[in-house]
Design a protein around this ligand. Structure first.
Ligand SMILES: NC(=O)c1ccc[n+]([C@@H]2O[C@H](COP(=O)([O-])OP(=O)(O)OC[C@H]3O[C@@H](n4cnc5c(N)ncnc54)[C@H](OP(=O)(O)O)[C@@H]3O)[C@@H](O)[C@H]2O)c1
Length: 318
């Protein structure tokens, strides 16, 4: 039997990378082996991955030499950055450069770069529909990733640009779930009007990435967008209502109100929702559910995700 081809996975103890490591390990007869990259191989999450059968190696995306060691001998590399750990698009770009250089040095055969749109292609800095943030971005946590696409392309890497979607898991972990309004009724609040928000179960991102590695050359040099469903705020609220057994209303607020909500990154998130609202056709059009399901036949709908996760959504006062 041919030896398994190693996929080196950045962010292996997190949402995207963790989904990929688990997808590889669950595919017992598959062609790939998982190399889980973490800053701390001794952490409980890293030990769990080792117990499941992953090779666990230490590297830091800020340390180019550690990345080169971690990518050496790998067939594939899954590259992701962690905007919400530091709120810096510049840092993400520098980290993407480190990962791309390491993939090049190691001669990796297939790289997946987990990215998002550079929204400045649609909303130039002099477009005042939304404020410019951090001096040169409209949606910093999108724009840095989108700008970094070119780094992978310029190095001539065999790369697939993977455009991800809003995780429904944000309703559990990111404080984005329904909250009681002044009348006590739960409200799901974001500024998208009646436009559709592409969403996905975070675990499905890694499963789709495995589908891309499996398809080999088919997606090299391509952009692939993934989503589980494209749902409006009203549709999300109706499904939440059924799953929670308690009324949830969609509350559409103007982006300028959302930007001032005061939590860290509210301005970035407000601009992001406005971008998705104003360019719905392009944003939704770039994320095919059919392609996502072909890559990952287990792709969850929002109802499937809710059936497993609704009880984990924290509800104030419940
Ligand atoms: N939330 C959403 O809806 C959404 C949607 C689309 C895209 N995104 C993007 O997804 C990205 C985050 O991915 P995620 O959700 O998979 O992250 P995550 O769950 O927060 O996990 C990140 C993992 O990466 C590792 N890590 C952090 N800093 C590192 C470093 N300097 N070097 C090496 N590893 C490091 C950590 O593992 P160790 O501690 O084990 O090292 C951590 O477990 C963000 O850039 C965000 O913009 C989010």
């Amino acid at each position: 039997m041919a030896p398994k081809k190693v996929i080196a996975v950045v962010g292996a103890t997190g949402a995207q990378g963790g989904g990929l490591v688990r997808a590889i390990l669950n595919d017992k007869t598959g062609e790939f082996a998982a190399r889980a990259i973490t800053r701390d191989p001794g952490s409980p999450k890293a030990r769990d991955l080792a117990a499941l059968g992953a090779e666990v190696v230490a590297a830091n995306v800020d340390d180019p030499e550690s990345l080169k060691r971690a990518f050496t001998g790998a067939h594939g590399a899954f590259c992701v950055t962690f905007f919400w750990d530091h709120f810096s698009a510049e840092k993400e770009i520098a980290e993407a450069r480190n990962m791309a250089a390491a993939a090049k040095a190691a001669g990796v055969r297939h790289v997946i770069w987990s990215t998002l749109e550079d929204t400045r292609r649609w909303v130039p800095l002099d477009d005042n529909r939304m404020p410019t943030l951090h001096g040169k971005y409209k949606v910093p946590h999108f724009d840095g990733k989108g700008e970094a696409n070119q780094i992978f392309l310029d190095l001539g890497l065999p790369v697939t640009l993977l455009n991800t979607s809003f995780y429904w898991d944000n309703f559990i972990y990111f404080g984005a779930g329904p909250k009681p309004g002044p009348d006590g009724v739960l409200a799901l609040t974001f500024p998208m009007g009646d436009k559709r928000l592409p969403g996905i179960a975070a675990e499905d991102i890694g499963k789709c990435a495995l589908g891309i590695f499996r398809a080999g050359k088919e997606y090299v040099g391509q952009s692939v967008g993934i989503a589980g469903e494209h749902l409006t705020g009203a549709q999300l609220a109706a499904k939440l209502t059924r799953a929670l057994g308690r009324e949830v209303r969609y509350s559409d607020v103007p982006p300028e109100v959302y930007r001032k909500f005061g939590f860290p990154g509210a301005d970035d998130m407000g601009n992001m929702f406005q971008f998705k609202r104003d360019f719905e056709q392009d944003f939704v059009g770039a994320r095919s559910i059919e392609v996502s399901r072909r890559l990952n036949p287990e792709l969850q709908t929002f109802d499937t995700w809710l059936a497993a996760n609704a009880r984990r959504i924290p509800i104030e006062g419940a």
